[in-house]
Design a protein. Structure first.
Lengths: 361, 407
């Protein structure tokens, strides 16, 4: 049985619908990450699950119980805010104990829960400090501790790392992953705009775009088999190259003639009816390599960016609107202004028609 | 010349004079004293920047010295002289301490000091919170703020009309008596005029007792507090005990009172209680001030902390008292002390409504009496010094708090 179920959930502010038709089932113990460009409604969806925003349509269940109109505190959830939202006038101990005090737990129970969480998060030496006397990472841990002591069914994280500096962000990300491992039964929903966080933490990723769900799947699913052009370009950095072309051969292996003169072979199967169809060929920069055979892309390299382990090439083949980006291993700055011929493994070439992948139809 | 024209000329002259002073002095500094050219240009600019603040502050400093600092010392000296101008030491103070009118004024001031800031801040906080999220909240706020625009004397006149008394057979123009005469002594009157106030006072007693306990408790629970905070806690608890005793006597009075139904009351002539009728004027005025400041402070409370409290299961009262109020406690203290200072200086209201008769004297009006009615300059100056001695510590604390808030 699914732990969390969203059915046709929508959110409207007056006439304006910001989210609609959200269908999602989340199993117990999963770590779900909501990603999407800013303004896609990922935080709004999280706040609707938390109960901080009204759900204006559809149904939301936790453990089979309809939660649409249940007050936030009784939903069995706990949330970690981007700004930590610690109570500035309370010590770390009181911050963590607040919910339990309100719930009327005994002193001994509260002390035990707080001490346990503090130990788990290495906060024991700081229990009697005020939040202002803590560093950003410590504050974040207190915020997580405040969630842990309530032993909720579902943890909600709203961009918890975006206020931390880069090094601390990586460290805290790993801490969260370890935390998840210590509590395998707890369900977590995590909102971020950072792909790396999404790819590394998630058991499944929900990509939100345009007021709905673009795709749900494991991180590698999204990377290897994107359902649509949006997900294809959103996951992975730099983004996947998309070039228009025409199907010239169908079957288990499809051949597409590109507008820029290149030829692309793909393991995406097509039917005879697809012959002559206009499609977009998608190839990830890291899947392109130099080839002696028929290239997908060929043209002069305009810019090279040597990053050490890889070198990024920016090509501008004739007839393409956007530059094509290729990621070649090693240090290759000598390729600048050179003519290169790039090909790719047919298994890694994606085909899209009307924005949707031909794999899924 | 027509007085209005004169006023306009004065305004133009005053403002023009100020602008002219700043412009001209700045010009002289930059062009004549330390010109930004020649071999010393860089040094001159630095010097000019060092001098400039003093240049701009000079008029204010001069005026403050002349009209504020000097008079303090002059008044102190004055308070040591008798009517004939001979030095008498502290005789004026000693004489004043034995005057019943002075002790009455001191006692009344203390009563004002406890009631008005608390009531105005409390009502202001209540109004700020209640008007926060409703559509017509801003309208309500404007109405509550309106009395701030009325002078103390104007407000006193309004309230004098509210408290007005006529013979029983004449129509009452004072709203308080008009309402009072509606009560005929039946069960409804007892309910509204005795039972309800009794319940209110009893709940206030409970509230103050709890508050006093909260203030006092950390005294032996926490060992890390400084002596000053401990002294403050004892004083706070003492005030709470005083209030509880006072309110208990109220409750007893309300419960046992045999109210004179059907007789119009001269409200301002009922000793002790008339003080509260006077205080109502100041509370009415200051609530708006407290509301505006506290409303801004409440809006400054981070929304996230409130949402976190909602998720932690706090109800609206808990959110208000345990999340919002603790976060704006600094502002509450500033508002409280600011009103306290206004209260200590209260003069106009008492002067316009009772002139200190019927046991409503306050220090400022007592001082005025001595200075401008009895022409006893020494005594008047001594009274002024007493007021200043009372205001100064609160003022220092207020400024200290306000500066800390701004950081």
């Amino acid at each position: 049985m699914a732990d969390l179920v969203l059915k046709g959930v929508e959110k409207a502010y007056g006439e304006v619908k910001v989210l609609s038709g959200i269908d999602l089932e989340i199993q117990k113990g999963e770590l779900i990450v909501f990603v999407g460009p800013s303004g896609c409604g990922k935080s709004t969806l999280l706040r609707m699950i938390a109960g901080l925003e009204q759900i204006t349509g559809g149904d939301f269940h936790i453990d089979g119980q309809r939660m649409n109109d249940v007050p936030p505190a009784q939903r069995g959830i706990a949330m970690v805010f981007q700004s930590y939202a610690l109570y500035p006038h309370m010590t770390v101990r009181d911050n963590m104990a607040f919910a339990l005090k309100l719930a009327g737990k005994s002193q001994a129970e509260i002390a035990a829960a707080v001490d346990k969480a503090a130990k788990m998060l290495q906060l024991t030496p700081y229990l009697d400090r005020l939040p202002k006397a803590l560093s950003g990472g410590q504050r974040q841990r207190v915020a997580i501790g405040r969630a842990i002591v309530r032993a909720p069914k579902v943890y909600l994280f709203d961009e918890p790392l975006s206020n931390l500096d880069a090094a601390l962000r990586v460290a805290t990300r790993i801490e969260i992953a370890q935390l998840k491992e210590q509590m395998p039964d707890s369900t977590m929903i995590y909102v971020t705009h950072d792909q790396v966080e999404a790819m590394t933490l998630a058991s499944r990723i929900v990509v939100l775009a345009g007021g709905g769900i673009a795709q749900v799947g494991t991180p590698l699913d999204l990377y290897e088999r994107p359902e649509n052009e949006f997900v294809a370009q959103f996951i992975g950095s730099p983004a996947m190259n998309l070039t228009p072309g025409e199907v010239v051969e169908t079957g288990a292996e499809t051949v597409v003639k590109l507008a820029n003169g290149g030829m692309a072979r793909s393991h995406v199967p097509t039917q005879p009816g697809d012959l002559g169809r206009t499609v977009n060929v998608g190839v990830r920069p890291e899947d392109l390599h130099e080839t002696e055979g028929t290239p997908i892309f060929h043209g002069p390299v305009e810019i090279t960016e040597a990053l050490g382990e890889v070198t990024l090439l920016y090509l501008k083949p004739d007839g393409t609107a956007h530059p094509v980006i290729a990621k070649l291993p090693g240090i290759r700055p000598e390729l600048r202004r050179q003519e290169v011929r790039l090909g790719a493994d047919p298994a890694k070439v994606h085909l899209f028609a009307e924005g949707r992948s031909l794999l899924y139809r | 010349m027509h007085p209005a024209l004169q006023a306009i000329l004065v305004i133009l002259g005053g403002v023009g004079g100020c602008v002219g002073y700043f412009y001209a002095s700045n010009l002289i500094l930059d062009k004549v004293l330390f010109p930004a050219r020649g071999p010393q240009a860089g040094r001159n600019i630095n010097r000019a920047n060092l001098v400039r603040p003093w240049l701009f502050l000079a008029p204010a400093l001069a005026a403050l010295t002349l009209y504020l600092a000097y008079p303090v010392f002059a008044t102190f000296w004055r308070s040591l002289l008798n009517q004939a101008g001979q030095f008498v030491g502290l005789a004026n103070y000693a004489k004043m301490a034995h005057e019943p009118k002075f002790t009455e004024a001191l006692g009344n001031n203390l009563l004002w000091l406890i009631v008005v800031p608390a009531a105005a801040t409390g009502f202001g906080l209540l109004a700020a919170q209640l008007t926060d999220r409703i559509r017509w909240g801003n309208l309500a706020k404007s109405l509550i703020f309106m009395p701030m625009a009325i002078s103390f004397v104007g407000a006193s006149v309004i309230f004098k009309l509210i408290y007005d008394t006529r013979e029983a057979n004449l129509p009452q123009i004072g709203i308080l008596n008009a309402l009072w005469l509606k009560a005929e002594g039946g069960i409804g009157s007892v309910l509204i005029l005795q039972l309800l106030p009794f319940a209110l006072v009893v709940s206030l007693i409970a509230g103050f007792a709890y508050l006093g306990w909260l203030v006092l408790r950390p005294l032996w629970r926490r060992r890390d507090e400084t002596a000053w905070i401990r002294v403050g806690r004892v004083i706070g608890a003492a005030v709470a005990v005083f209030l509880v005793i006072e309110l208990a006597s109220w409750a007893y009075g309300i419960a046992t009172a045999d109210l004179p139904y059907g007789q119009p009351q001269a409200w301002l002539q009922i000793p002790y209680w008339n003080n509260f009728f006077l205080m109502a004027v100041l509370i009415w005025i200051q609530t708006g001030f407290a509301m505006v400041i506290l409303s801004a402070a409440l809006r400054g409370v981070p929304e996230d902390t409130i949402e976190a409290a909602v998720l932690d299961g706090a109800n609206p009262f808990q959110i208000f008292f345990r999340i919002k109020v603790p976060q704006i406690v600094g502002t509450i203290v500033v508002v409280w002390t600011t009103i306290t200072i206004t209260v200590l200086k209260v003069f106009d209201i008492v002067y316009a409504m009772t002139n200190g008769q019927w046991e409503t004297q306050v220090l400022a009006n007592y001082m005025y009496d001595k200075l401008f009615r009895a022409f006893d300059w020494g005594m008047g100056a001594a009274a002024a010094m007493v007021i200043m001695a009372l205001v100064t510590p609160i003022l220092v604390w207020n400024v200290w708090n306000a500066r800390r808030e701004m950081r």
